[in-house]
Design a protein. Sequence first.
Length: 168
Amino acid sequence: MKKKIQFAVFGLFFLSLSAFTAHKFYVAIYQINYAPEKKMLQITMRIFTDDLNAALLNKYKAKANLGDVSETPEDVALMQKYVAENFLIKVNGQNKPLHFHSKELENNVLICYFSIKDVTKLKSLAIQNSVLTEVFPEQQNIIQLNAGGKKQSLLLSAETKSGTLNVQ
């Protein structure tokens, strides 16, 4: 009987340890702020560097070192190209290009700053976001919009790559 109890305790201990193993999650956050006084959308993208480097290798067959001391201007240009191809925004029904401003590293998260200019009035944003979804099917891209004091959000994934936010 004592051996059965020890075996049960050991089994529960093993199960509890296995339940708490590290699980990698795939998420990127895009914060979009409408600045009517500047007639622009200000976009901040937060994305894990290792995931982004893996996506660049997958798509372009080029090893990038974003967020590393060996990062090159070519790595940054490749990242800009990738984002421009996979993160598309229509403002009020019209395609608008992203303008890259800068980036910074915070631990293993790359924070990139973009803008969309000449937005005199914001009525709707149609967003298509397939960033990282071709490499990580469980990738979730969270879009947060702050416009006119109102906040809205959108969850995009491999299954749902696009959505629209309407501003009233």
